[in-house]
Design a protein around this ligand. Structure first.
Ligand SMILES: Nc1nc2c(ncn2[C@@H]2O[C@H](COP(=O)(O)OP(=O)(O)OP(=O)(O)O)[C@@H](O)[C@H]2O)c(=O)[nH]1
Ligand SMILES: [Mg+2]
Length: 391
């Protein structure tokens, strides 16, 4: 359902998007919030703004506390390694046990519930990559609506690149899974790839609005999209629409409300007596098509699969570049999305590279003749070695 926001509200949203400090953003969002008409079409938006306001309040409060030297919790982490993955789950499922088993981190494991109160990071090695795992505090029912910790926990998931949903096979694992999925859904974090993706990249160079539709617009045309964006004063941006999108999907993207994060389910305590039955129920659980990996932090069973499953779920590939004339490629791969082309690689290395690109030389097992000279639209795969040649 469209939000049909009045012009004053759209203008206020635009001002909020320009805010430079959390305080300013908070103020603008509060004003924006009061301008949203209350009807069915704005329900989701109003809930989202309430959440955003509550998170900002928390952020400001914590900054103040930290400045006053009284600590304050650390709720956001600089990303390290190839990707940041949040371990989410109800209490006592073994999140700390997992972190301790597969990373260098030290964190308290205990029989008592709610032991972990602040996020704890650790690095997991997978082949030549490192993933940063972050144990989130336990998720409780209603987290997405609560004004405090639950929202921050879900905020961690929003900021991360992927999610490990952890459940306990000695308990009612399907119910635990449902709880986490429901909270994620309420927080508008999708764990299943949406049918459409709308990316809006704001520019500030006066190049105007460029809309690229790679998929299909379902209930609108290009002109409608353009008008919607202009209504929000998005006049200088590159917009990419993939998949089958509705006008609502475009508006969602303006508010950055719904986001997709790849996820896997780790079913812990596979050593417990009823684990087999629980796992079966979990696999029959409707509506979820996420990979489910049974593990035991006690016996170590299944833990060796973790890195590979994360890698697969993230949909990334590693590309090793080589300087013309060098014998060996660099040990440090570039991380790209699956399906990326040579052009994507060139762009990631340097914004100027694509303009000067002449051709690339690719070494890969799948090629009949390797190395092969290719153009910028050549689709890369994991572990390809690439030499870029410039004009
Ligand atoms: N049987 C069995 N018990 C486990 C396993 N992994 C963890 N536990 C036990 O489960 C309990 C909770 O483990 P934690 O790792 O502290 O769980 P958590 O999810 O971090 O819990 P909180 O941070 O308190 O919310 C502890 O008593 C662990 O010893 C396992 O693989 N098998
Ligand atoms: Mg813990």
């Amino acid at each position: 359902m469209p939000t049909n926001l009045p012009v004053v509200a759209k203008k206020k949203w635009y001002e909020a998007s320009l805010a430079r400090t959390p305080q300013e953003k908070l103020l603008k969002l509060q004003e924006f919030s009061s301008l949203i008409p209350k009807h069915k079409g704005t329900e989701k938006l109003r809930a989202q703004i309430r959440r955003q306001i509550s998170l900002l309040n928390k952020e400001i409060e914590e900054k103040r506390r930290r400045r006053a030297g009284r600590g304050g919790s650390r709720f956001f982490f600089e990303k390290e390694g190839a990707a940041q993955i949040i371990i989410l789950g109800p209490t006592k499922v073994g999140r700390s046990s997992l972190l301790t088993s597969v990373t260098n981190a030290k964190t308290e494991i205990s029989y008592y519930p709610f032991t972990t109160r602040e996020p704890v990071p650790g690095m997991l090695r997978f082949e030549d990559l490192q993933f940063q795992l972050v144990e989130a505090p336990a998720l409780v029912e209603g987290a997405a609506e609560s004004g405090s910790g639950g929202l921050q926990t879900l905020g961690l998931a929003r900021n991360a690149d992927g999610i490990i949903i952890m459940v306990d096979l000695s308990e009612n694992a399907p119910r635990q899974l449902r709880l986490v999925l429901e909270e994620l859904e309420k927080a508008r974090i999708l764990v299943q790839k949406p049918r459409a993706k709308v990316e809006i990249e704001r520019k500030h160079v006066g190049a105007g609005l460029r809309i690229i539709v790679l998929g299909k617009l379902l209930d609108c045309n290009l002109r409608d999209v353009e008008n919607l964006l202009k209504g929000y004063r998005i006049l200088d941006a590159a917009v990419r629409i993939t998949g089958e999108a509705t006008i609502e999907d475009v508006e969602d993207a303006i508010f950055e409300s719904t986001i997709y994060r790849p996820a896997i389910v780790i079913a812990n305590k596979a050593d417990s007596p009823q684990a087999g039955t629980m796992l079966q129920q979990l696999n029959e659980f409707h509506g979820v098509r996420l990979p489910i990996i049974p593990v035991s932090c006690y016996t170590g069973k299944g833990l060796e699969r973790l890195g590979g499953e994360i890698f697969k779920a993230l949909g990334i590939i590693r590309i090793y570049t080589k300087e013309p004339g060098d014998r060996q490629p660099s040990n440090n791969p570039f991380i790209l999305k699956r399906g990326s082309t040579v052009a994507g690689l060139a762009k990631q290395i340097h914004s100027d590279f694509i303009r000067r690109f002449a051709y690339a030389r690719v070494w890969a097992k799948r090629l009949a003749f390797s190395p092969r000279n290719v153009g910028s639209s050549f689709v890369l795969e994991d572990k390809d070695v690439v030499e870029l040649h410039m004009k």
